[in-house]
Each structure stands twice: as structure tokens, then as C-alpha cells.
Design a protein around this ligand. Structure first.
Ligand SMILES: *Cc1c(COP(=O)(O)O)cnc(C)c1O
Length: 417
């Protein structure tokens, strides 16, 4: 008898995006002619930039020659050309030294942020912010580190740190000790960004408590203020307490191409049962090489091209385009009297629903009356109730039109029902 992993049964039914998909499909079936504007799922919309396409094509042609053919990639995932480009452009440029063997290239930060928990003990206590990118929580549920979920969706055994207006949607470390804490800045879903002082407080706390920080910087390219840290390693002492993840998905339109990386510094250790300290880099190297066979050569060449002068210019323009969308959403919705957060260093706007409408009611009304798809904040955690997320990933025209429709749906008596 093949018994299943019972922990999967604790997972809350109706994961957020399938539920949104279901409601949108039902709406479309009832209103086949409605012109929907989708500001829901966080997927990029602009096509891959020419320099990246060129790199992909050239690499593909190389693979068709006897000299250029490549089979399996390196054990840590990344070819030196990409690993060195990452070290130079993502780290040295910001005064941070990262060694080659500290960088693990993968096919996504979703996978990395979900898989990283495998190298930690079953009994590790976890802290997450609330609202949260669901992957951090669900993968720990699957691994059996939690009890069941309560009505609001919170699992027993996880420490939830509420992101609120009072803390600028960037909660500080808890009073209790935990073993692992997941941080995401710039943040999905709230669009907030961690200041240097904020990250310093987290690093100091983590070092004092012997906690490992898992820092997801998937949106670092969206930071506009040059004084804000892009990497946790810009904070002194972070090499002893933090793992960092970055992705090419949002910065370069790689959501379908797939390339990301994780940094595990050599100084970072975890405690073994016999009291010795074990380098986490060794464990992650073992996990990565046992369960993963690297990213296609073509994709790594395209990722390398993101750091070329033309690649930087083109992807920088794409990010700027999305950030102008974010500004239009921010300004347009704020001008209509909505309470708006985020969107200054992240492609997400976090909006308080008017008149205390619940997240899902707002979602339904906006879909029904405005034909705009947003994401209900409650789907990201209990503290997201009363908020919705708008994504800046769309065309300028649709974003501007969406602002008008939100205004129309909720200002002109639209919220009466
Ligand atoms: C989009 C996103 C990622 C990137 O995931 P990939 O698997 O690299 O596409 C990681 N973390 C967060 C919070 C995200 O929103």
C-alpha cells in the first residue's frame, strides 16, 4: 500500500491562483464579450529583449556543432561565464565579494525557495511575514514542519510576522527565537522594500539567535533608490547568517525561459546533532547535484547576456516601463481616494479595500463591474485581509484603463451592493 505524505492534506484547498482562475473563467463564460484587464498573477508581459533572443539563438547554433556541443552542465549548475557575470555585476558592483563556489544556478527561485528547507532539520521553527509568498509556507507544510491550518489559513507551528501599515509592511524580527526566517525584499505581495537599517536589525538578530535568514531578492532590479541595498550581503555579518536568492524571471522576462541562482556563503553553518557546525554550502551542493542537472546552456548564455551593455540597457528599459506602470497605478488610484502602498521599488501595488470590503468581495466586485482582475490580499495570508494587490505587469494603456475602471466600479455607487 502506497501511503501518501499526509502533510499534503494539511495544505489549504483552493490555492490562490487556481481559485482566481476559476472565478475568472466562470465570469468569462457568463460574459464572453467582456474585455478583461488582468493585473492579477505576477507574470511579465513584455517580450524577451533582442539581445537575449540573439544570445539564445547563437547558443543553440553552437550546440549543433562538434566543438560547441555541451551535455550536462556543472554540478553547481552554473557555467563559469554566468557565475562570473553574476559575481561582477550583481555583487562586486555593489561592493560585495562572492566566490564562484558560493553561487548555485538553477531553473527558478520558486524551486530554490521551496527546496532550501530540505537541508534543515524537521524540528526547525520557521518565521514568515504575513502576507507572504505562499511557496515558503507550503513547502514547509509538505515537509511536515507545521500542524494544520486554522480558519484564517495560518498553520500551527509557524511564526507569522504581520506586515501592517504601522510597520510599513516590513515587520522586524520577532521576540521569540526561530531557526529559519524567510524575508522577501522588494516584497511580493505588498510592494514594500527593506531599508538598510531594517536589514541590519534582522542580521543582528539572526546572528544573536543563531537563525538562518532566507532572503528572496527576486525583485531587486525594481529598486529605484540607489541607497537601498539590493543584496543582504551589503549588510555586515550577513555572510554568517543568510542565504540569498535571485531570479532572472522578473528582471529580464525569464518567467518562461527559467534561470535563477542561490548564494550560500562558505561561513554559513548549521548545527549537527553531535554539536558540530556543518557548512550549509556543502549540504546545498549535495542537494543540488543529487536532484538537479543544471540549466540549459542556451538559457545560461541568455542570462549572461542580461549583463552585457545592451542587455542591461534593454532589460533596464523593460523594468522602467513596468515601474512607470506602477507609478500610474499608484498615482491614479491615490488620486481617486484609495489607500495605496508599495509600487515605488517593486512592480506591485498594495491597496486597502474601501469601506472595509473583504479582499475576495473586492475582487469579485471589481471583476463583475470593472472587468479588472486583481489578487485578493487574503490569499497571501490572514494579515492580507482587507487589501488587494495590483501588478504593474501589463501595457501602459491597460494599466491606465484599469485605474479608470477601479474608480468607476467603486466610486459611483458601485460598492453599494
Ligand atoms: C516571481 C517570484 C520569484 C521568482 O520565481 P522563479 O521561479 O525564478 O520564476 C521568486 N520569489 C518571489 C517572491 C516571486 O514573486
Amino acid at each position: 500500500m502506497a501511503r501518501i505524505n499526509e502533510h499534503y492534506r494539511k495544505l489549504r484547498a483552493g490555492y490562490l491562483f487556481p481559485e482566481i482562475g476559476r472565478r475568472v473563467a466562470a465570469f468569462q463564460a457568463a460574459h464572453p464579450d467582456a474585455d478583461l484587464i488582468r493585473l492579477g498573477i505576477g507574470d511579465v508581459t513584455l517580450p524577451l529583449s533582442p539581445t537575449l533572443v540573439d544570445a539564445l539563438q547563437r547558443a543553440a547554433a553552437e550546440l549543433g556543432t562538434p566543438e560547441g556541443f555541451r551535455g550536462y552542465g556543472p554540478a553547481r549548475g552554473g557555467y563559469d561565464f554566468l557565475v562570473d557575470a553574476i559575481r561582477t555585476h550583481d555583487y562586486e558592483a555593489r561592493g560585495v565579494a562572492i566566490e564562484r563556489q558560493e553561487i548555485f544556478v538553477s531553473d527558478g527561485s520558486k524551486q530554490d525557495s521551496g527546496n532550501i528547507q530540505e537541508i534543515f532539520g524537521q524540528e526547525c521553527a520557521i518565521a514568515v511575514t504575513d502576507p507572504v509568498y505562499p511557496v515558503y509556507v507550503d513547502t514547509n507544510v509538505m515537509a511536515g514542519r507545521t500542524g494544520p491550518a486554522d480558519e484564517s489559513g495560518r498553520y500551527t507551528g509557524i511564526v507569522y510576522l504581520a506586515a501592517t501599515e504601522e510597520n510599513d509592511f516590513s515587520p522586524g524580527p520577532p521576540d521569540t527565537s526561530v531557526d529559519l526566517a524567510y524575508l522577501c525584499s522588494p516584497n511580493n505581495p505588498t510592494g514594500s522594500v527593506a531599508s538598510r537599517e531594517h536589514l541590519e536589525a534582522w542580521v543582528a538578530w539572526a546572528r544573536e539567535r543563531d537563525t538562518v535568514l532566507i532572503f528572496d531578492a527576486a525583485y531587486d532590479a525594481f529598486i529605484r533608490d540607489p541607497a537601498l541595498p539590493h543584496s543582504i550581503y551589503e549588510i555586515e555579518g550577513a555572510r554568517e547568517c543568510a542565504i540569498e536568492m535571485r531570479s532572472f524571471s522578473k528582471r529580464a522576462g525569464f518567467t518562461g525561459v527559467r534561470c535563477a541562482y542561490t548564494v550560500v556563503p562558505r561561513e554559513l553553518t548549521g548545527a549537527a546533532a553531535d554539536g558540530s557546525r556543518i557548512p550549509l554550502n556543502d549540504l546545498w551542493a549535495r542537494r543540488h547535484s543529487t536532484k538537479f542537472n543544471s540549466v540549459p546552456y542556451t538559457v545560461q548564455r541568455a542570462a549572461e547576456a542580461v549583463f552585457s551593455p545592451e542587455g542591461k540597457k534593454e532589460t533596464g528599459e523593460q523594468v522602467a516601463y513596468y515601474m512607470t506602470n506602477a507609478a500610474r497605478l499608484r498615482e491614479g488610484l491615490a488620486a481617486s481616494g484609495f489607500r495605496i502602498f508599495g509600487g515605488e521599488h517593486a512592480p506591485y501595488i498594495w491597496m486597502r479595500t474601501p469601506r472595509s470590503i473583504s479582499s475576495w468581495d473586492f475582487f469579485d466586485r471589481l471583476l463583475d463591474r470593472g472587468h479588472v482582475v486583481c489578487t485578493p490580499g487574503a490569499g497571501f495570508g490572514a494579515a492580507g485581509e482587507g487589501y488587494v494587490r495590483f501588478s504593474a505587469f501589463n501595457t501602459r494603456e491597460k494599466v491606465e484603463e484599469a485605474v479608470e475602471r477601479v474608480r468607476g466600479a467603486f466610486e459611483s455607487g458601485g460598492a453599494a451592493g
